[in-house]
Design a protein around this ligand. Structure first.
Ligand code: PLP
Length: 416
């Protein structure tokens, strides 16, 4: 049933860059469709980290010995790679953090200290990941501010009229995901940002799901903050990025205190370092940062346009195959959609719990995610406790989709 993609995209060659993709699980070839959860790493990233520990390991920004200078230069080169990748104006606007979660907590704390007062309003949406909900709830509790939530329609799109209605003179900050990790919806972030700016509010965009799939230009978007995790874009875990406009970052107080974030310390008075260092207390995740640089260069070498095209092809192919299989309810049918498919499966005797689906697929070597995907309010919105979610990366193939569909057919037979 597989017809070759007409696209000029050499997925088989690219797959060879990812050692784990030739592993077997339960004696079956691994079909990895859990990329929204974390991505696999190419040898270019693994080898960069290996080289770092074999030949360069040293602390950064401290010693003036050879290795320390090498490590510092590699780290700062990675910062410039990130800058170029998202088209930031300056490299000091790139803050290294542990991931999306830490980046949002940093902004919630630090921007919160700077500019959120009693009665101010913060706008999020019903499709946010818990890490773009809870830090704002904590901030609202601390400052007696008010959290407003943009609703989502039945297709999983933001209700933009409602969004406009929620924006008032009291709105200080809007925090919205670029792409929903559960629904795949690509939100109109440019319009969201423009509308917020008309009201004088700043906007944080959660880019955890967008950076691996589409070209991001923070200046074209005019985003005030843009955050993402390395591990979802083929880089190591424990490293992530907070982009912030220099003016904002300079005005914001530090988040963590410690080494590297100071310019001088006495017991009477400590003065803080300049950005980005003001927000990078302590020894950074050096190999993670260098690995992130290698990952972004790897993505650049393929090109996000080519990646987007291939993934769009896979998304269409998988959506059609699921519809052909039958007994499938797809949750998230937005017009603008990335390669994430949440669904509920039914057999002849009714709905099958996503956990059962996930377990049986795992036995077939197929890794999907089942659960609430850290979006419990969104599950409630769609009236389900959990979904099955296949999230695709550029290294996935139509053959792998076929394998998943065959495995889902098996599940339906078992629950007939
Ligand atoms: C994964 C994810 C996060 C959290 O990222 P961490 O790497 O766990 O910090 C936040 N938002 C979205 C949309 C995500 O997909």
């Amino acid at each position: 049933m597989t017809t070759a993609s007409t696209l000029d995209f050499d997925v088989e060659t690219l797959r060879k860059d990812f050692p784990i993709l030739s592993e077997k699980v339960h004696g079956k070839p691994l079909v990895y469709l859990d990329n929204g959860n974390t991505s696999q790493k190419p040898r270019q990233v693994i080898e960069t980290i290996d080289r770092y520990y074999r030949a360069m390991n040293s602390n950064v920004h401290r010693g003036n010995h050879f290795l320390s200078q090498q490590a510092t230069a590699a780290l700062e080169a990675a910062r410039r790679t990130v800058q170029t990748f998202i088209n930031a104006a300056e490299d000091r606007e790139i803050i290294f953090v542990r991931g999306t979660t830490e980046a949002i907590n940093l902004v919630a704390f630090s921007f919160g200290e700077l500019d959120i007062r009693e009665g101010d309003e913060i706008v999020i949406s019903a499709m946010e990941h818990h890490s773009n909900i809870v830090p704002w709830q904590m901030l609202c509790a601390r400052k007696k501010a008010v959290l407003q939530v943009v609703p989502v329609n039945d297709d999983g799109e933001l209700e933009m009229d409602e969004y406009e209605n929620l924006l008032t003179d009291r709105t200080k900050l809007v925090a919205i995901t670029h792409i929903s990790n559960t629904l795949g919806t690509i939100n109109p972030v440019k319009r969201i940002i423009d509308l917020a700016h008309e009201r004088g509010a700043v906007v944080l965009v959660d880019g955890a799901q967008s950076v691996p799939h589409l070209a991001v230009d923070v200046r074209a978007l005019d985003a005030d903050f843009y955050v993402f995790s390395g591990h979802k874009v083929f880089a190591p875990t424990g490293i992530g990025v907070l982009y912030g406009k220099a003016k904002l970052l300079e005005a914001m107080p530090p988040y963590h205190g410690g080494g590297a974030m100071i310019s001088s310390v006495t017991f009477e008075k400590t003065t803080y370092n300049e950005i980005p260092f003001k927000f990078e207390a302590g020894t950074p995740h050096v190999e993670g940062i260098i690995g992130l640089g290698a990952a972004l260069e790897y993505v650049n070498s393929i090109g996000l346009d080519a990646i987007g095209e291939h993934e769009h092809d896979l998304l269409g192919y998988a959506t059609e195959a699921l519809e052909t299989l039958g007994g499938v309810r797809i949750i998230g049918t937005a017009r603008e959609k990335a390669s994430v498919i949440s669904f509920m499966l039914s057999g002849a005797s009714g709905a099958i719990h996503p956990h059962d689906v996930g377990t049986i697929l795992d036995n077939e070597g197929v890794a999907i995610r089942t659960g609430h995907h850290c979006t419990q309010p969104l599950m409630k919105r769609f009236g389900v406790p959990a979904t099955c979610r296949a999230s695709l990366a550029f290294y996935n193939t139509r053959e792998e989709i076929d394998t998943m569909i065959r495995a889902l057919g098996k599940v339906q037979k078992m629950f007939a």
